[in-house]
Design a protein around this ligand. Structure first.
Ligand SMILES: Cc1cc2nc3c(=O)[nH]c(=O)nc-3n(C[C@H](O)[C@H](O)[C@H](O)COP(=O)(O)OP(=O)(O)OC[C@H]3O[C@@H](n4cnc5c(N)ncnc54)[C@H](O)[C@@H]3O)c2cc1C
Length: 469
């Protein structure tokens, strides 16, 4: 394979000059960790970043508070990545949560654990994390060049020999691709790494948006409730159109990734209880984001709809009895008044419209059929899903460089000696909770360490790796 530089643009390929240089492409969570670790292990490291500064995505993470990692046990942690979590076993063995927390502490960043085991800096300021890395990198002699967009990895005679940039070729002994995913391109990650890896022969598995809001077909209905945030509701995604939803199939417990209840065959795709919200295009909020990847995947096979149980703590029977009791007790009150005690204010008019019951109908005149329509609204408010928002609006990219072609012990390419990967550019994604950043930090650590130890044989292009202590 030859993907080399134009001769005129090349720095001298004198092996003495480049023998110890590791280039890390991308100064995100994974890249900064990789660069720092490679330098700690004695490599001369050049960190190339295309935006004007490092850690742009860290700065927006966790609503700029940076949910770094999670306090849950390791088995639970790994289950958050789905089947691909197995790949991370070794990296977590090498560098895990406690190592990350201790590392940050050495740079004065104390951490705290919040609800759901989410770990944040005590300062609630993501900029402190980036600053810690900046000091770590400078302290270890890493050269950081910002505003440099790498356009390709140069490979000659089957091994890495540097990177190509608009300014020319920069030679290196090993290259770590830490370019992130394809979401939130304003932070610099616009999928470059996938294209570079594919050009070198790597398989890139299908890219899908994950942790993304969902667009519904009934946009006007969602828009009429825009801004309403619902707490303690159950959102269930079903295969098939909304009119075919059987509310009796709504699970009583959560089903989804990282949960003991696995996704089963049958109409239910995933179900979660928690917080969600209505937007001008559909639904968002924590439980929507968590369920979005399975919805996106199910949409490839056919229509998908969701049902919102607004009163999951009450069974249908109990809620029916409660509605009837209210209608009897406050028989002179009109429906609009009665609903005010049951629903957020902005949902009252949509409920009246959807159930078709006159707004001023007094409680004692509401018939059994009308009561059942109200019950349907409260226990299974349905929407047909049109699709996710575009990739650029997702929190993470599902899919990426195939893990089959990466050695989990080193993060090294199995195809191109001297090439390493870390972070979201690989086929790894997880739920919210600090898992995505921990994966980037852990794989960055391993990739940096292995890249620093990589020794190409200049004679035959085969790789030799010093054993990592
Ligand atoms: C809004 C938002 C909030 C999030 N919150 C959390 C959270 O709280 N907790 C959590 O665990 N995860 C969170 N994530 C996900 C997490 O931030 C990412 O999974 C993680 O940052 C990925 O790290 P990375 O190093 O692989 O990629 P990135 O952090 O995206 O870094 C990649 C870097 O490579 C650079 N780059 C790309 N192409 C090139 C090129 N051609 N040349 C040079 N440089 C290049 C980019 O500019 C970028 O700086 C959030 C994501 C978003 C979008």
């Amino acid at each position: 394979m030859t993907d080399g530089p134009p001769a005129a643009a090349c720095e001298s390929l004198n092996p003495e000059m480049v023998s110890n240089r590791v280039i890390v492409v991308g100064a995100g969570a994974g890249g900064m960790m990789a660069a720092g670790r490679a330098a700690e292990r004695g490599a001369k490291v050049l960190l190339l970043e295309k935006t004007d500064g490092p850690g742009k995505k860290i700065l927006v993470s966790g609503k700029s508070r940076c949910n770094l990692t999670n306090a849950c046990d390791r088995e639970q942690f790994l289950s958050m990545y789905g089947p691909n979590g197995r790949f991370l076993h070794g990296a977590f063995h090498r560098f895990f949560r406690d190592d990350l927390i201790a590392f940050l502490k050495t740079y004065g960043v104390e951490t705290k654990t919040e609800r759901g085991g989410r770990v944040f800096p005590v300062s609630d300021n993501a900029a402190d994390v980036v600053e810690a890395f900046r000091r770590h990198l400078l302290g270890n002699g890493v050269e950081i060049r910002t505003g440099v967009s790498v356009s390709g990895v140069a490979v000659r005679d089957g091994r890495v020999e540097g990177v190509r940039t608009p300014e020319g070729f920069i030679p290196a002994r090993a290259v770590v691709l830490a370019t992130g995913g394809a979401t939130w391109p304003a932070t610099g990650s616009s999928g470059d790494g996938y294209r570079m890896a594919a050009r070198l022969g790597h398989t890139v598995t299908k890219l899908r948006p994950a942790l993304v809001p969902l667009v519904v077909k009934e946009i006007a209905r969602a828009k009429s409730m825009q801004g309403v945030s619902l707490k303690n509701v159950r959102l269930t995604a079903f295969r098939g159109p909304a009119e075919r939803i059987d509310p009796a199939r709504t699970p009583l417990k959560d089903i989804g990734r990282g949960l003991r209840q696995r996704r089963k065959k049958g109409p239910v795709i995933e179900s979660r209880m928690g917080e969600m919200l209505f937007t001008h295009f559909g639904i968002g909020g924590p439980i929507t984001l968590l369920m979005s990847l399975s919805v996106v995947e199910a949409l490839e096979e056919g229509p998908v709809s969701v049902a919102i149980d607004l009163k999951p703590a009450l069974t249908e029977e109990i809620l029916r009895a409660r509605l009837q009791r209210d209608f009897d007790q406050f028989g002179k009150r009109g429906l609009r008044n009665l609903l005010a005690g049951l629903l957020p204010r902005k949902m009252v008019e949509p409920c009246i419209e959807m159930t078709g019951i006159p707004a001023d109908r007094p409680g004692h005149q509401i018939g059994a059929g009308e009561r059942e329509r109200l019950l349907g609204f409260l226990k299974a408010l349905r929407f047909n899903i049109r699709g996710p928002l575009p990739m650029t609006a997702a929190i993470v990219t599902a899919g990426g460089v195939s893990l089959k072609e990466i050695d989990p012990k080193t993060m090294g390419s199995r195809l191109v000696p001297g090439l390493y990967f870390c972070g979201e550019v690989m086929d790894i994604d997880a739920d919210t909770g600090g898992y995505n950043l921990q994966a980037a930090f852990s794989t960055g650590y391993v990739a940096g360490e292995a890249a620093s130890a990589f020794q190409p044989s200049l004679e035959d292009g085969s790789e030799k790796r010093r054993k990592i202590r």
